[in-house]
Design a protein. Structure first.
Length: 224
């Protein structure tokens, strides 16, 4: 079953939020998902302790450099998707997870600092691909973008990535209060009340579009 890792050695790039958005969207569409929480802050595990976690999502929270390979392999035999939220460092754990992945998503905000972190991840992916003697599909996903205005910094980063031949996801994760509320209150986007959260429908549409693009990429990569 597909293994999707979220990686960027720079903290605060949006890895956990984007991984959670994808996992909950897949679950709401009827898929079974294992979320492996490799972040030392354990945000995914804390979300799982809140009310509203779908029964089709399993969370694995005790992860180490020694155990992550076995845990990913075990999870891939039990659920339809495995999503790995990795720590914000270039560690052996991150390298091992990337080496097992069918798709690596590299969340970055529209800043040169995030872009440099993304570049480190891409170099790590290239090294792991050489060791595994296979291509490891990967894509940059922009996070916390403005729904109305594309900033000069974001345009600059996009141009740098394009010039370097680095692929970016068509769907960016827009800055929405609903995404923050997922981690604060638990559940899925559909569980949030529109009267209490602004633009909830737009957040759901954005999340569905992103999840749809990820699934389409996995299907494309799986073709012989």
């Amino acid at each position: 079953m597909p293994i999707i890792s979220f990686a960027n050695p720079k903290g605060g790039a949006g890895k956990t939020t984007t991984a959670l958005i994808l996992a909950t969207q897949l679950a709401e569409n009827g898929a079974s998902v294992t979320l492996i929480d490799g972040d030392p802050e354990r945000w995914i595990s804390q979300w799982g302790d809140l009310p509203g976690k779908p029964d089709t999502i399993t969370i694995v929270g005790s992860v180490s450099e020694d155990s992550i390979v076995d845990q990913i392999e075990e999870a891939s035999g039990k659920t339809q998707f495995v999503i790995v939220d990795l720590e914000g460092t270039a560690s052996l754990m991150v390298a091992n997870a990337i080496g097992m992945s069918d798709l690596v998503l590299i969340p970055i905000q529209g800043s040169s600092m995030d872009a440099r972190g993304g570049a480190k991840t891409i170099r790590l992916i290239a090294n792991q691909a050489k060791m595994a003697r296979r291509a490891i599909p990967h894509c940059v996903v922009f996070t916390r973008t403005s729904a109305a205005v594309r900033s000069r910094a974001l345009r600059n980063v996009q141009e740098q990535l394009t010039a370097s031949g680095i692929e970016t996801c068509k769907t960016a994760i827009v800055e929405r209060a609903a995404y923050r509320d997922l981690l604060d209150y638990g559940g899925t986007l559909s569980d949030l009340r529109g009267a209490e959260v602004s633009n909830i429908e737009k957040a759901i549409d954005n999340a569905r579009e992103f999840a749809g693009e990820v699934v389409a990429r996995l299907k494309q990569e799986a073709r012989p």
